[in-house]
Design a protein around this ligand. Structure first.
Ligand code: NDP
Length: 446
């Protein structure tokens, strides 16, 4: 058995039941066979065994009072996966499905993604099985304060810098930062995604969606094409989806779908700026359901319980959650003429779906490359906090564009160098991995 498959077997045996973690590790390791052949020193120093083992896992109890005065208990996590190239960095997810395996998959992906951004950031991820849906602002605040009352001792601006993810937006970041500041009595860049008036960066809310769209532009440019005039489907309707729609519109494309965990809206006329403003208010302020979009605008179809993948499109931007595109969905997309997939979400395509996309030779941008714009601007927020300066919107946007271009180039070139031209899944895995592996080698057995 090869070294790589041997490690994979150990990962499965040692992390029983952590399905998503196995999936994420398998996808990376599958790309690394040729790298290990060329670099036997990685095997000698057990780099694969070490890179798949978190440096530290923190799990804790989060007790809080709901509005009726009843005690509630949730579980909190922080996975500090790898700090070879910088402080741990990665978001917090609040969603009832959160468990150890899901956060380990996200932390593992984050290591390679952060490496690709060219910024000095290690990989981490955290969160809770707390569900912010249906909770009052006060309940969310009490939960965030309790969560931070434990988390604060493990994080810091040079140690571990969390950010948002599913269920953690501006409101939650505010409550978490406030409690950290109160306990530590210090005002530092310990969290990113902060509001502008207290240390946030321009373009951070937009960064993931903008970046995913820039990445699609980069892929299209290799075929002398662009987003202009393309019909696009987007899933999700949260932070990533919203700014993906905004950027696609700006670049002259037309977005015809959005979704949430209950269903999909199909708007053949396109989600223009006015309709997008309605979505932002609906999702970020009223915290309502995407179905209400179909009630509001004529000619819109609501597809209960469905995802957007049966809608005919040129480009698809999955931006909701993991494993939202199955092998069958991928086939439907291809059969309907879709030839660009830029993943805004993390691991939205399941392994069968990835195979379909790779086999069909379409332009396929895997999440760890395509959605790295969010963490890249988080990295820029950290730099601005350290400098105690803030850059203009144009400056941050230009840096974001340059970073997305560099991520595309690194992934494209690594794939070509290792004989897999056009395969950005392998390219992103290889380019992200080599930088971290070399740093681990140079820092000795830690
Ligand atoms: P939000 O919480 O803002 O939005 C998530 C959206 O996805 C909502 O519309 C939500 O619907 C939907 N969704 C969540 N879980 C499910 C599910 N199990 N099934 C169907 N729909 C679901 O999160 P973000 O936009 O921040 O994150 C979306 C994806 O992008 C995630 O995979 C995240 O890891 C990834 N990502 C986010 C980054 C960021 O900067 N925010 C950076 C890089 C990646 P509902 O409201 O019904 O729950």
């Amino acid at each position: 058995m090869s070294y790589v498959s041997d490690v994979m077997e150990q990962v499965v045996a040692r992390n029983e039941g952590e399905r998503e973690f196995h999936q994420a590790v398998r996808e990376v390791l599958d790309s690394l066979e040729p790298v290990i052949e060329r670099h036997p020193e990685y095997q000698e120093y057990l780099i694969l065994e070490r890179i798949t083992e978190p440096e530290r896992v923190i799990m804790f109890r989060v007790p809080w009072f709901d509005d009726k005065g009843r005690v509630q208990v949730n579980r909190g996590f922080r996975i500090e996966m790898n700090s070879a190239i910088g402080p741990y960095k990665g978001g917090l997810r609040f969603h009832p499905t959160v468990n150890l395996g899901i956060l380990k998959f996200l932390a593992f992906e984050q290591v390679f993604k952060n490496s690709l951004t060219t910024l000095p950031m290690g990989g981490g991820k955290g969160g809770s099985d707390f569900d912010p849906k249906g909770k009052s602002d006060n309940e969310v605040m009490r939960f965030c304060q309790s969560f931070m009352t434990e988390l604060f001792r493990h994080i810091g601006p040079d140690t571990d810098v969390p950010a948002g993810d599913i269920g953690v937006g501006g409101r939650e970041i505010g409550f978490l930062f406030g409690q950290y500041k109160r306990i530590r009595n210090e005002f530092t860049g310990v969290i990113t995604g902060k509001a502008l008036s207290w240390g946030g960066s321009l373009i951070r809310p937009e960064a993931t969606g903008y970046g995913t769209t820039y990445f699609a532009e980069e892929m299209l440019a290799t075929r002398n094409d662009s987003i202009k005039g393309k019909v696009c489907t987007v899933s999700g309707s949260g932070n990533v989806a919203q700014y993906t729609v905004e950027k696609i519109n700006e670049l002259g494309g037309k977005v015809v779908s959005l979704s949430d965990s209950h269903g999909t809206i199909y708007d053949p006329e396109g989600i223009n700026a006015e309709k997008l403003a309605f979505v932002l208010e609906l999702k970020n302020v009223k915290r309502g359901r995407i179905r209400e979009y179909a009630d509001k605008f004529p000619g819109v179809e609501y597809r209960q319980g469905q995802r957007p993948w049966s809608i005919k499109c040129d480009c698809a931007f999955p931006s909701a959650t993991q494993n939202e595109i199955s092998g069958a969905d991928a086939k439907t997309l291809i059969d309907n003429g879709c030839f660009v997939i830029s993943e805004g979400a993390n691991m939205p395509t399941d392994p069968e779906g990835v195979e379909v996309f790779l086999d069909s030779k379409i332009l396929f941008g895997p999440g760890k490359a395509a959605n790295a714009g969010g963490v890249a601007v988080s990295g820029l927020e950290m730099s601005q906090n350290s400098l105690r300066l803030s850059w203009t919107r144009e400056e941050v946007d230009q840096r974001l564009k340059d970073i997305m271009k560099s991520i595309h180039n690194q992934s494209y070139e690594a794939a070509e160098e290792y004989g897999m031209k056009g395969n950005l899944v392998a390219g992103a895995n290889i380019a992200g991995f080599i930088k971290v592996a070399d740093a681990m080698m140079q820092q000795g057995l830690v």
